[in-house]
Design a protein around this ligand. Structure first.
Ligand code: PEP
Length: 247
């Protein structure tokens, strides 16, 4: 299908300037695998300084506000993040959906705000363990995706990340068959909204305990177009093998 693999680290609330050497080394790993698009979604405080050293790896944010400006103490607009040097942002990560109570509509609004500021977007979806155990994960996550999808969603500015909540930071991952079935279901759901051709071009990443040991097998799955990686993206030693697995 010609979808370029996209491998993105999510540093969450980790990283001080002392870690900029890791950013630089990850940029070098990205340069060694030019067929792979590589990025790091960093704490906002690091975006500007990381952008100066990240080389072939883009720098992104982990969230943005849905409004352009206003009385929203502590929040950051997409334009602020873009000005700092971000070229992408995550929206709808399950930790924000849980901790900040973000709804599907909030996530769609944030994606549109990001696009308006020139940021590309990784939109996260994924099921809880209860939903997985109940056996209807594909239907639930497909519905979540369609409810979170912004108007005008297109492959040139939006990617999806399927992240089962129970796999994030736990060392557990779904079976390869389950990942394959979910990604296929999500692409079918996307096709129903934006048309099969556009859905065929959109990248759908897997996230949740991806690391250098499992990345190659996960990313060999037909509809898995890369990874969103938390813990294994914090150092170049752990992240470089994931990048190499995509190349
Ligand atoms: C994430 O939170 O986006 C993630 C995938 O985390 P981890 O790789 O640590 O499971």
């Amino acid at each position: 299908m010609g979808r370029r693999k996209l491998v993105v680290g999510n540093w969450k609330m980790n990283g001080l300037r002392a870690q900029l050497g890791e950013v630089e080394a990850i940029g070098a790993a990205a340069a060694a695998h030019p067929s792979v698009e590589v990025g790091l979604c960093l704490p906002a405080t690091l975006i500007a300084s990381a952008q100066a050293v990240s080389g072939a790896a883009f720098v992104g944010a982990q969230d943005c506000h849905m409004k352009d400006s206003g009385a929203h103490t502590g929040c950051l607009s997409a334009a602020m993040l873009a000005e700092a040097g971000a070229s992408w942002t995550i929206v709808g990560h399950s930790e924000r959906r849980q901790d900040q109570g973000e709804s599907d509509a909030d996530v769609a609004a944030k994606a549109l705000a990001a696009k308006a500021a020139g940021l590309k977007v990784i939109l996260c979806v994924g099921e809880s363990l209860d939903v997985r155990d109940a056996g209807n994960a594909e239907a639930v996550v497909s519905a979540q995706l369609l409810a979170s999808l912004p108007d005008g969603a297109a492959a040139d500015w939006l990617a999806i990340a399927y992240e089962p909540i129970w796999a994030i930071g736990t060392g557990r991952i779904p079976t390869m068959e389950a990942v394959e079935a979910m990604h296929r279901a999500l692409r079918t759901a996307l096709g129903g909204r934006i048309g099969a051709a556009d859905a065929g071009g959109m990248r759908i990443l897997y996230g949740g305990s991806m690391n250098g040991d499992n990345a190659a097998e996960l990313m060999a799955i037909e509809d898995v177009d890369g990874g969103l990686v938390g813990g294994a993206s914090l150092t170049a030693a752990k992240f470089a093998p994931v990048i190499a697995a995509a190349g």
